[in-house]
Design a protein around this ligand. Structure first.
Ligand code: PLP
Length: 284
């Protein structure tokens, strides 16, 4: 496939940055992932707004305007004839002349890398079967609201999930679920309240989470933004996760314990349909 690296479109296998790139040396960078359906970007304005917030929080300057970034996203979709999948973008504080921790003095341009991957999202088999999650301690830093490329804790969490045959790891702090390794965590209580943790520095403000909460509230569904425990999740009617790459995905086991009927529940199924309709109607 074709990737974008600092001004050039090149085959992905030839897409390279310097070993001095601060993303490589320090994970000094920010990323975003937006879904593509029917060749169009899903909820992209929300992803780019979060990108601008994330780079602002670490005083990183985007090397291109947001308008230009959108053009590049679209050009990548076209060049790769991408119908369904993801557009990944990452911006790092560039390659300096050495390995100084402090920011480069000046004249070092941030590095912008983008590539696409094909993925069936709407008709993903796991949406019909549901997935399992395991729980792990949340060992991340205190600014999880920043979409930083420093993902070692999530790499370890998701590897533990993979080894356990689970699709995702829910991370726990002080007895409560923060979020998934690469998704937001939701439950539906026995009295039909949709619960997901409130935004704070403890979690990434998920774009899909935000859209799903708004779509649910528009339909007069009850939503509570608060932390929940694993015990509450296991005892819930339903559980599900949201992200740009899975949309709304039912969770049917937690640490091997069955949630609800052990099959995708009506609420997760309905919210998935509502989100897919929203995605198609607002795609750009
Ligand atoms: N939480 C974390 C830690 C993530 O990495 C992600 C996405 O990768 C999400 C939540 C879901 O965010 P979004 O819905 O914007 O994809």
């Amino acid at each position: 496939s074709i990737a974008y690296v600092n001004g050039s479109f090149v085959p992905l296998s030839e897409a390279k940055v310097s070993v001095l790139d601060r993303g490589f040396l320090f994970a000094d960078g920010i990323y975003e992932v937006a879904a593509v359906l029917d060749g169009k970007l899903i909820d992209n304005a929300s992803h780019l707004a979060r990108l601008e917030r994330s780079v602002g929080e670490i005083a990183l300057k985007l090397p291109e305007t947001v308008a230009r970034i959108i053009e590049i996203q679209k050009e990548l979709i076209t060049r790769n004839k991408l119908v369904s999948g993801l557009v990944y973008l990452q911006v790092t504080r560039g390659a300096d002349t050495g390995r100084d921790f402090a920011f480069p003095k000046s004249g070092v341009k941030s590095s912008l890398v983008m590539f696409v991957s094909e993925k069936e999202i709407v008709d993903a088999p796991s949406a019909k079967t549901g997935v399992g999650v395991i729980t792990v301690p949340d060992i991340r830093w205190e600014r999880r609201d920043i979409k930083s490329v420093a993902l070692l804790a999530q790499v370890l969490a998701k590897q533990a999930a993979a080894e356990a045959g689970a699709a995702e790891a829910w991370m726990l702090e002080d007895g409560f679920v923060t979020e998934g390794g690469s998704s937001s965590a939701f439950i539906l209580t026995q009295d039909d309240v949709i619960v997901t943790r409130q935004n704070s520095n403890a979690i990434l403000p998920g774009c899909t989470r935000k859209a799903v909460v708004a779509l649910a509230e528009e339909r007069q569904l009850r939503v509570e933004e608060r932390p929940f425990t694993v015990a509450e999740a296991v005892a819930a009617k339903e559980a599900f996760i949201t992200s740009a790459s899975v949309f709304v995905q039912p969770v049917v086991t937690i640490d091997g314990k069955t949630v609800g009927t052990g099959k995708p529940g009506p609420m997760a199924t309905r919210l998935r349909e509502i989100y897919v309709d929203f995605a198609k109607a607002t795609a750009s």
